[in-house]
Design a protein around this ligand. Structure first.
Ligand SMILES: Cc1cc2nc3c(=O)[nH]c(=O)nc-3n(C[C@H](O)[C@H](O)[C@H](O)COP(=O)(O)OP(=O)(O)OC[C@H]3O[C@@H](n4cnc5c(N)ncnc54)[C@H](O)[C@@H]3O)c2cc1C
Length: 494
């Protein structure tokens, strides 16, 4: 650790993971003068957006299931990080996704759709690394196996602990190396460790059972009867894709009444897609029995039942624990009070506009580590965490949804607190408009501009886009014919 003339400190910081959270962390840490190193287990950047087509090693449920099913959440490493399937397109329009100073623009010769496929976001992240010179600080094929405090270091003297980070080159036979850092930022994502429900009879069921984590393409399911368990985003997407190849698809939802209008519409359009309630039990003869007593004989069950938080490398002596997908205690989902600021997390919150939020977390961490901002006392942070838990409990939000934010006000308050601008109104409005359209028609919402034109115009004229200069993009690229809209020509009029 080094201090400059203003007393600001430059620290050696280890960022774990080179996905959207880790990359922006590296950028912000360097901006604040820290010496940042990013350790990434994969061969490239992108995190979830680095599509991994080869998944056989990850077929946990092949060869029989133990009962209860394996707990993949807490202690084990998964071999395949990305859960992205081949056909996946973004669920939010590109204009709302970018980091504050790096808009996700349309580029010639690439996927120019407003809701592009997953590769376009991977390329955006590579562009980000080019633009901010991040490549040299990333060590690829380096899996972090252990993170713990340096024994007897700091604690006694009341100083921040330092951290031992043990990592290994991708080839398992290579020797692990240990390094000591002033701080560690955990940015390892949370859509890789399958949550698998326990269903009576699943250990003896004869068909194939798999989690959506390893679903890639529909072809292997040709002419099969498939039960898709779970009706949120992956369950919907995968069912809609399977109807074209499978004989029958049964989509099992927690509540058949609570499904969206958009999903009902899809179901009514496809004669081989059927909605069913939860699975009650699995019979040895291949039967899948639903809670309403109906049943089918199926070839495959795809569990689209979500993912669990998991930090198998992290040893905090129980200070940070995962309890039913509540990671805590974490002050504002970021700092564990007893280990702050030398240990922090980026990307834990869900159900918000991810990239700008990760960026605000990264700025906060970088500035706190530099000594430019300070955190409240331990008591105040713990009290804030407690109050947050209580408010969630009072609102009837289950513990496993602790980190689901779904609230722009929270993001704005967080921004105020950490010195990050509020999300622009157009971002919020375009996000809400997309949710409304998906709710109305799941199959077509990505192609619809209806009602978004003015907002998109506002977005493209805002500093978020104009900071790039006039040559970087055109409104036409977003599907506009300017004459039709009688709107000012972007940039030339500014
Ligand atoms: C099917 C699916 C669809 C999605 N669709 C959208 C969408 O449309 N829009 C959206 O905004 N978000 C979407 N997401 C969420 C997506 O996860 C986030 O956009 C984003 O990738 C989170 O970034 P992250 O950096 O926090 O985590 P990740 O992207 O998961 O990156 C974590 C990185 O950490 C690395 N890592 C993990 N463990 C270790 C270790 N021990 N040692 C070294 N490196 C390690 C991983 O290899 C990875 O590179 C989707 C997710 C899934 C699964």
């Amino acid at each position: 650790m080094v201090s400059d003339r203003n007393g600001y400190q430059s620290k050696n910081v280890c960022v774990i993971g080179a996905g959207p959270s880790g990359l922006v962390a590296a950028r912000e840490l360097r901006k604040e003068g820290h010496n940042a190193v990013v350790l990434e287990q994969n061969h490239d950047v992108g995190g979830q957006w680095l599509y991994e087509p080869d998944v056989p090693s990850e077929d946990f449920l092949a060869g029989g299931i133990v009962s209860p099913p394996p707990d993949l959440s807490s202690t084990n490493f998964v071999q395949v990080h990305s859960s992205i399937y081949a056909s996946l397109r973004l669920t939010s329009p590109r204009e709302i996704m970018g980091y504050s100073d790096f808009p996700f623009i349309v580029k010639k010769g690439r996927d120019t759709r407003r809701f592009p496929g997953h590769r376009e976001l991977y390329l955006y992240l590579r562009d980000f690394c080019d633009a901010f010179g991040i490549w040299p600080v990333i060590r690829f094929r380096t899996r972090v196996e252990y993170v713990g405090t340096v024994v007897d270091d700091g604690e006694a003297a009341g100083k921040d602990p330092r951290w031992v980070v043990r990592s290994r080159d991708g080839k398992a036979e290579k020797k692990a190396i240990e390094e000591v850092y002033d701080a560690v930022v955990v940015a390892t994502g949370h859509y890789s460790h399958p949550r698998i429900p326990f269903i009576q009879g699943m250990d003896a069921w004869q068909g194939k059972q798999m989690h959506s984590h390893i679903y890639r393409v529909p072809q292997p399911f040709r002419n099969e009867v498939v039960v898709v368990v779970g009706s949120s985003l992956s369950g919907q997407d995968i069912s809609m894709e399977l109807v074209d190849v499978a004989r029958e698809v049964y989509l099992s939802a927690k509540s058949t009444e609570a499904i969206s209008h958009g999903l009902s519409k899809v179901i009514s359009k496809h004669s081989n897609l059927h909605l069913r309630p939860q699975v009650q039990l699995l019979g040895k003869d291949g039967k899948v029995v639903f809670e309403d007593g109906s049943w089918v004989t199926a070839d495959t069950i795809v569990y689209c039942t979500g993912y669990s938080y998991s930090f198998p490398f992290l040893d905090t002596k129980g200070i940070v624990a995962i309890d039913d997908d509540r990671v805590g205690p974490l002050y504002e989902h970021t700092f564990p009070p007893s280990l702050a600021p030398s240990l922090s997390f980026i990307g834990i919150p869900r159900k918000l506009i991810g990239f700008p939020f990760f960026e605000s977390q990264a700025k906060w961490i970088a500035q706190v580590l530099a000594g430019k901002r300070s955190l409240p006392t331990w008591n105040e942070m713990m009290q804030s965490v407690e109050e947050f838990y209580n408010s969630r409990d009072a609102a009837g939000i289950p513990k496993h949804n602790t980190h689901d934010i779904a609230n722009f006000e929270y993001c704005d308050r967080y921004g105020d607190y950490v010195g990050f601008p509020h999300l622009e109104e157009w971002r919020k409005e375009l996000c809400l408009s997309t949710l409304r359209k998906a709710d109305a028609d799941l199959e077509t919402y990505r192609e619809s501009m209806e009602g978004d034109e003015e907002l998109l115009m506002e977005a493209l004229q805002s500093p978020h886009f104009t900071q790039l200069g006039p040559q970087e993009f055109t409104l036409e690229a977003y599907g506009f014919t300017l004459r039709d809209h009688n709107l000012p020509r972007l940039h030339n009029d500014l």
